[in-house]
Design a protein around this ligand. Structure first.
Ligand SMILES: NC(=O)c1ccc[n+]([C@@H]2O[C@H](COP(=O)([O-])OP(=O)(O)OC[C@H]3O[C@@H](n4cnc5c(N)ncnc54)[C@H](OP(=O)(O)O)[C@@H]3O)[C@@H](O)[C@H]2O)c1
Length: 301
């Protein structure tokens, strides 16, 4: 499948361009505001995102712009008849998510939020395990301060750590079975209208969760799940680079396992295999994460 990429920034340069190559699905066109050719790229370069969407050689669109453009560009691409793989968060609030959902249904084109984390083999194993009762989930994801010029520092572009990486903690809640959110407490710290640190406690019918995200601390991530009979520690739960090492412990067992895979390439492969379905892939997951995120922002901001 031949892809057009909208917004050629850091995630494309570092992860997605190599992943498209590894998956064997070429980027044939780029939409980039400057119209500048990315280093080493030999396909078409369009100075307008719309022109890239309309390019007849482009069979599917991958969107990697700042967050505020995800919904309008996804809708434009689906209306142009192209399936869409869009970076997270697919929508910045519940109302925008509803617009996206309606546009997807009307267009009949496949849409998938680019939660690459889903496609790492460590989660395939974790997903099939029969977990015990009283699930308690802790997730933590931090990175260092960003310049004021960074898209993550600009509220009007959908910046802030919550919209950037809070979705991973919510993704983990969903992954361990959360569906019904009962209560929210915690704290959001902001700088220039952007969340720079959040500590969120969530009670679901199915589990309790504590999610911490921050843009002031050393780059790290971690996930622990505790139940009445076991503990799981995932050392790189969200964007593992290279080998992961996970630890599982009960009264009788202490085991570790390792996985290594390019989750971005696997995500692209999955999307291509499903692109003719015309479905909103993982729609329930995306809908719940958008809804919970919206409720959390409204409660804590
Ligand atoms: N899945 C993951 O692992 C992962 C990791 C990081 C980021 N992301 C997501 O990917 C998206 C892009 O993140 P990034 O880190 O690649 O950001 P980035 O380096 O700032 O790149 C964003 C690109 O968007 C385009 N753009 C359009 N309007 C813009 C504006 N007003 N200001 C600045 N840039 C604008 C620019 O591309 P052109 O100049 O070429 O048009 C820019 O290079 C975000 O939605 C983020 O949540 C996902």
């Amino acid at each position: 499948m031949k892809f057009g990429v909208l917004g050629y920034g850091k995630i494309v340069r570092t992860e997605l361009a190599p992943a498209f190559a590894e998956a064997g699905h070429p980027i044939v066109a780029v939409g980039s505001r400057s119209g500048q050719r990315p280093e080493g790229f030999e396909g078409s370069v369009h100075a307008s995102y719309s022109d890239c969407i309309q390019d007849p050689e482009v069979e599917a669109i991958y969107i990697a712009t700042p967050n505020h453009l995800h919904v309008p560009l996804s809708i434009e691409a689906m209306q142009a008849g192209k399936p869409v793989l869009c970076e997270k968060p697919a929508a910045m609030n519940g109302a925008d998510f509803q617009k996206l959902k309606q546009a997807q249904a009307a267009s009949g084109r496949a849409l998938m939020e680019a939660f690459m984390v889903q496609h790492h083999p460590q989660w395939e194993r974790i997903a099939t395990h029969p977990w015990g009762a009283h699930k308690l989930l802790h997730t933590s994801f931090t990175y260092g301060p960003r310049l004021d010029t960074d898209v993550r520092s600009k509220a009007e572009l959908g910046g802030g750590v919550w919209l950037d990486i809070g979705c991973y903690g919510l993704w983990a809640c969903y992954q361990f079975g959360a569906r019904q959110l009962k209560s929210i407490s915690g704290e959001f710290r902001e700088h220039h209208g952007c969340c720079i640190h959040a500590q969120v406690t969530l009670h679901f019918d199915e589990l309790d969760a504590q999610i911490e995200v921050g843009g002031l601390h050393f780059r790290q991530q971690a996930l622990t799940l505790i139940t009445d009979r076991e503990r799981l520690q995932v050392t790189r739960p969200f964007n593992p680079i290279g080998e992961t090492i996970n630890t599982y412990q009960t009264d009788d067992e202490l085991s570790q396992w390792q996985d290594d895979a390019n989750q971005y390439a696997r995500m692209i492969q999955y999307f291509v295999e499903q692109a003719d379905s015309g479905q909103f892939l993982f729609q329930e997951r995306s809908a719940l994460i958008a809804q919970w995120s919206d409720e959390i922002i409204k409660t804590l901001k």
